[in-house]
Write a protein that binds this ligand. Sequence first.
Ligand SMILES: CC(C)(COP(=O)(O)OP(=O)(O)OC[C@H]1O[C@@H](n2cnc3c(N)ncnc32)[C@H](O)[C@@H]1OP(=O)(O)O)[C@@H](O)C(=O)NCCC(=O)NCCS
Length: 139
Amino acid sequence: METFALRQRVLRPSLTVRDVETPRDRDVDTAHVIARLVTGEVVGTGTVIREESPWGEAGWRLRWMAVAPDHRRRGVGARLLAALVEHVGAGGGGTLWCVARLSAVPFYERAGFTIRGEPGDDRDTGPTVVMWCEQVADR
Ligand SMILES: CC(C)(COP(=O)(O)OP(=O)(O)OC[C@H]1O[C@@H](n2cnc3c(N)ncnc32)[C@H](O)[C@@H]1OP(=O)(O)O)[C@@H](O)C(=O)NCCC(=O)NCCS
């Protein structure tokens, strides 16, 4: 799937495309979004999975947000996230959370996320922090 190729290239360049695909990517509640240029090139991707928060609330985990370097700061990431938030709302809402790289914290803050807890250190990604926001259910 195209989402995995960009995911691998931007977020896990030391792994193979096959390595970055997880079993939960195929869950019935999981949503993937991509941003595509008119040329067909995929320049952005993101995923949301139904998964309880690290502190035990029912919710959704935002994962694998990635925009190709030449296309950042043009609103692509924000639009991808908005589409994933719509999916969460349609799925009943709840806590939307992610493990954010420190470099991505301003992006998530701008989208309404708040840091919770102390920073951690992921072997693959470097320093991270858990962020969250509450999403209401669609009526
Ligand atoms: C994080 C990422 C997905 C953001 O995508 P993007 O398309 O560049 O984000 P947008 O253009 O939609 O940004 C929306 C707002 O977030 C904030 N923002 C985004 N990137 C930012 C940065 N590097 N520094 C400060 N603020 C930032 C800004 O407020 C921005 O609005 P503005 O451009 O009008 O000021 C992208 O930078 C990326 O792929 N980074 C590398 C991979 C990564 O770290 N992914 C997250 C893993 S947790």
